[in-house]
Design a protein around this ligand. Sequence first.
Ligand code: FES
Length: 106
Amino acid sequence: MSQMFEVCGVEDIPVLGSKVVSANEGNIAVFRASDGEFFALKDECPHKQGPLSQGIVHNKKVTCPLHNWVISLETGMAQEPDEGCAARYPVEVKDKKVFLILKAMD
Ligand code: FES
């Protein structure tokens, strides 16, 4: 079963910014990509659990602040040559509000 959770207004997360949501699953980072699209990943780098929410967003990727792994916001996958995956969560935008669906995607 999934649960829909209101995160904030669309304008509360700037383009290339992020916001952390505390959930039972742990912290989840909601990102706004360069084109304004929203994505959510578990706020733990697949390398050594660095806080992805504090990384630098570029296009549809985030660079981890600890050791510079680059993680795709679309897939959660680390970019080559690194290997690993952060859990992804669906995000919906309705009525200028951002909603997180608390059910990890495959
Ligand atoms: S913890 Fe993210 S690159 Fe090492």
